[in-house]
Design a protein around this ligand. Sequence first.
Ligand code: AMP
Length: 249
Amino acid sequence: MKALVAVKRVIDYNVKVRVKADQSDVDLSNTKMSINPFCEIAVEEAVRLKEAGVINEIVVVSIGDKSCQEQIRAALALGGDRGIQVECATAPSALDVARILANIQQQEQADLLLLGKQAIDSDNNQTGQMLAALLNCPQATCASAVKIEGNQALVTREVDGGLLTVSMPLPAVITTDLRLNEPRFAALPKIMQAKRKPLAVQNLAELGITLTDDVKLLAVNAPAERQGGSKVASVDELIDKLRNEAKVI
Ligand code: AMP
């Protein structure tokens, strides 16, 4: 059984995001980049399934410029077997990412397609759903537990009302939520070994894909500065402030 895991290169979640002076985009200069945390959980889940003897090959795919090879190598150090970088100079929309992943799936014929539930830069939460629609295969988003039994995946999903467990035949798309697992740290020998694992580069022309460019980035604005809080001495003062300053009562 084969797993295809999609990993996105994003600004590290510990880094404070800066906006370019002309507000045209986020400023990525001298910024630490990492695997999107939900994608790291997807890699970890694939590795655990491999350790359990359920799957035997993990293919890691990332779409972006050459720099995303760093995140593919990081995923290979965590336990991926080989990588595919799809060369893409501009940031593709969620639909374009889904089209590219669907194309890779035609080549790879993976049984399990593991994605993060969302990328923490765009916060789209769209790609997995679109990929399943393009492949016309079942999907389970926001997974907090995954069990594979024969040709069926049993997935517990985190939904607004609690937990929902679904069963679906493979191949299927699963997107990972935060509580699915806690990703391991890569040991130094594994980081060294990952440098020698196969990493293929494909371009959009080879895949026969033209980007739709269906999403345009108009401007990026930093959130408004938060005003400092203040302490009140009494309930009366609080009511007065709510009524006369905040004007909410
Ligand atoms: P999104 O729908 O943009 O929030 O992204 C959801 C998931 O789609 C991510 O966690 C990744 O697994 C996958 N994904 C999105 N963009 C890329 C990309 N450029 N390369 C590889 N995977 C991606």
